[in-house]
Design a protein around this ligand. Structure first.
Ligand code: SAM
Length: 254
């Protein structure tokens, strides 16, 4: 399997399980960053953006409210069903399909000023080939001079002592998260234990292929994109050796 399918249960609990990501303190700078970029590439024309793995529209909805025409590609029908509670297909059209191969809704390939893939979702593609294909698909949808943006975590392998394969990430009263890591395949399994309102606990897993910023740059280059900028976060803080995440911006060459 090249990536995992998000279920109805995932969709129903998405906002609750990822509440920190819906916070204005996160979404505000995210949407500021993306709307500035798309306006820059659109050069006075109607700004058009394509979100790969659009999910329930966490980012697409506020971007749409800023006057950007947003479309999406998404594998999970239950996630899109949640988006449909907020926006019609005319407002935010979505192609159901794999972001590494599917063609997005009109205006289609070559017409978007911005393609973006946020919240670590490039890592949902579990092989290097699928990630390379995803860059090619993003580039194919971009207008010349348009931007591709990825927000992704930087692998935290310095927390993994020799001989140990697991790293504790979150420990609160209602959430325990441990990642197990295979440094040969670059596969990471994220194990989550969550306590619910009735006191019961549930367990879920998600699998990822972690990827270094330098490897992303090579994928971009293969796809005919050049690096414009890399910052640590949407607030444009400096990316350095201590950064746990990166927001990278590449431009499609003419
Ligand atoms: C962490 S959520 C992010 C959703 C949304 N972009 C956001 O920021 O809230 C990951 C999303 O990626 C989707 N996804 C995973 N693999 C995919 C693929 N190969 N093609 C398209 N969507 C995919 C999942 O169905 C899920 O909706």
């Amino acid at each position: 399997m090249r990536s995992q399918l998000w279920t109805e249960d995932d969709a129903r609990h998405y906002e609750r399980n990822h509440a920190d990501r819906f916070d204005d303190a996160v979404l505000g700078p995210t949407v500021d960053f993306l709307s500035t970029l798309v306006a820059d590439a659109a050069k006075g024309h109607d700004p058009r953006a394509l979100e790969l793995a659009i999910g329930t529209g966490r980012v697409a909805m506020p971007l749409h409210s800023r006057g950007v025409r947003v479309a999406g590609i998404e594998l999970s029908e239950p996630m899109v069903a949640k988006l449909r509670e907020k926006a019609t297909p005319e407002e935010i059209p979505v192609t159901i399909g794999d972001m590494s191969t599917a063609t997005g809704p009109p205006p289609g390939p070559g017409r978007f000023h911005l393609v973006y893939l946020v919240y670590n979702t490039i890592s949902n593609l579990l092989t290097q080939d699928a990630q390379v294909d995803c860059f090619a698909n993003a580039a194919r949808h971009l207008h010349p001079g348009g931007f591709f943006v990825i927000e992704n975590f930087v692998p935290d392998l310095r927390r993994l002592p020799p001989g140990q394969g697991a790293v504790p990430c979150v420990l609160t009263d209602d959430h325990l998260n441990i990642d197990t890591i295979d440094t040969v395949s670059q596969r990471l399994m994220s194990h989550h234990f969550r306590r619910h309102e009735n006191g019961s606990w549930s367990r879920s897993e998600s699998e990822h292929r972690y990827v270094w910023p330098a490897e992303l740059d090579l994928m971009a280059r293969i796809a005919g994109l050049e690096l414009v900028n890399r910052v640590a976060d949407w607030d444009r803080s400096v990316f350095d050796e201590a950064s746990g995440s990166a927001v990278s911006v590449w431009r499609r060459l003419d």
